[in-house]
Design a protein around this ligand. Structure first.
Ligand SMILES: C[S@@+](CC[C@H](N)C(=O)[O-])C[C@H]1O[C@@H](n2cnc3c(N)ncnc32)[C@H](O)[C@@H]1O
Length: 315
């Protein structure tokens, strides 16, 4: 499953995906403390804030400076809100353990990131081949493609894009480097389109390659794997963890994490007394939730969204 966002609905507004389901899953208390780990443009954050009273608190994270600017406009005057411009893998540097009533992750890129050609995520809008959520940190997609060897490029495209033509595409990229650096999204999209045989209906041939490069450049899976245990540690007992993911690679990480957290330590199985540390830390709340047809019709990005929810059981 690849991200529907990569199918790029041109000019789409940033509608918060699974908004009602996510807000319900957080079971918001008006005096609670909530963390939105992926602020974006504040769609979910605004909904959470609307349910908080004067005693409530909302801490929002985003690594993107443009999300920070949007948050300043939206919420700066509100003393209940704190914006942290940081990666969510640093959650516990900013949030006290066992202090939050809910943590929300709405993973991936935001529509404004995708829609702005100059951010370099888009295969439909030509721009510099950047793809960094935080342009002040790390190497851009163009840097990666300029330096990596063919095998490494193919590995990234195969693993993170689940692209079966990864080897052909990597070969074409390395060949194209011979006639100058691949510095724009348009040039890369053209190279990939020419390398991929046949056409998949309704999908640009560069969709999977762009998804792979974006995930690689931002270390999205590593970020998320490091953040999940911190999110649970940040929760109070009975606090809720809500994750909305957009492709199978992310959802696999969530499923594995929730499954192991909701089981007792197998080393104690069958023994008469189980110490607190061996008991499950999480209780799964409901099953996976998907967007309905009406939401998908309004917002094609919701097509690949999966929401999973768990509650923290103990310290
Ligand atoms: C899908 S958007 C969130 C949209 C948001 N829920 C809304 O309603 O507007 C994901 C956001 O998370 C941010 N993000 C992704 N990975 C991140 C990370 N590791 N640390 C901090 N922010 C991250 C992106 O910059 C992007 O703005």
């Amino acid at each position: 499953m690849t991200e529907a966002l990569c199918a790029e609905s041109p000019g789409g507004e940033h509608a918060p995906v699974l908004r009602n389901a996510a807000i319900e899953a957080l079971a918001i208390r008006s005096d609670g403390c909530y963390v939105d780990a992926t602020f974006g443009r504040g769609g979910h954050a605004g909904e959470i804030l609307g349910r908080l009273g004067e005693e409530g608190k909302l801490v929002v994270f985003d690594r993107d400076p443009e999300a920070a600017a949007a948050a300043a406009v939206l919420f700066d005057a509100d003393p209940r809100v704190r914006f942290v411009r940081a990666r969510f893998s640093r959650l516990l540097q900013h949030i006290q353990p066992a202090s939050a009533d809910g943590v929300l992750f709405d993973l991936g890129v935001s529509s404004p990131q995708l829609d702005e050609a100059r951010r370099g995520f888009s295969f439909l809008r030509d721009g510099p081949l950047d793809m960094r959520m935080d342009p002040d940190e790390g190497a851009s997609a163009a840097d990666f493609l300029a330096r990596a060897d063919e095998r490494e490029i193919a590995g990234v495209i195969a693993r993170l894009g689940e692209e079966r033509h990864a080897k052909r595409i990597a070969h074409a990229i390395v060949a194209a480097r011979g006639s100058g650096p691949i510095a724009t999204t348009g040039r890369l999209a053209g190279i990939v389109a020419a390398a991929v045989p046949g056409r998949e209906a309704g999908r640009h041939p560069a969709t999977r390659t762009f998804q792979a490069l974006r995930i690689h450049v931002n270390d999205e899976l590593g970020e998320f794997e490091r953040a999940l245990p911190q999110a649970v540690a940040a929760l109070k007992p009975r606090g809720r963890l809500v994750v909305i993911s957009f492709h199978s690679l992310e959802d696999r990480i969530v499923k594995r994490f929730l499954r192991s957290g909701s089981r007792a330590d197998p080393a104690w199985a069958g023994l008469p007394e189980m110490p607190a540390v061996a008991r499950p830390r999480l209780r799964l709340v409901g099953r996976a939730t998907f967007a309905d047809e009406a939401e998908i019709a309004r917002n094609p990005r919701a097509r690949s969204a999966v929401m999973r929810v768990a509650e923290r059981l103990r310290e």
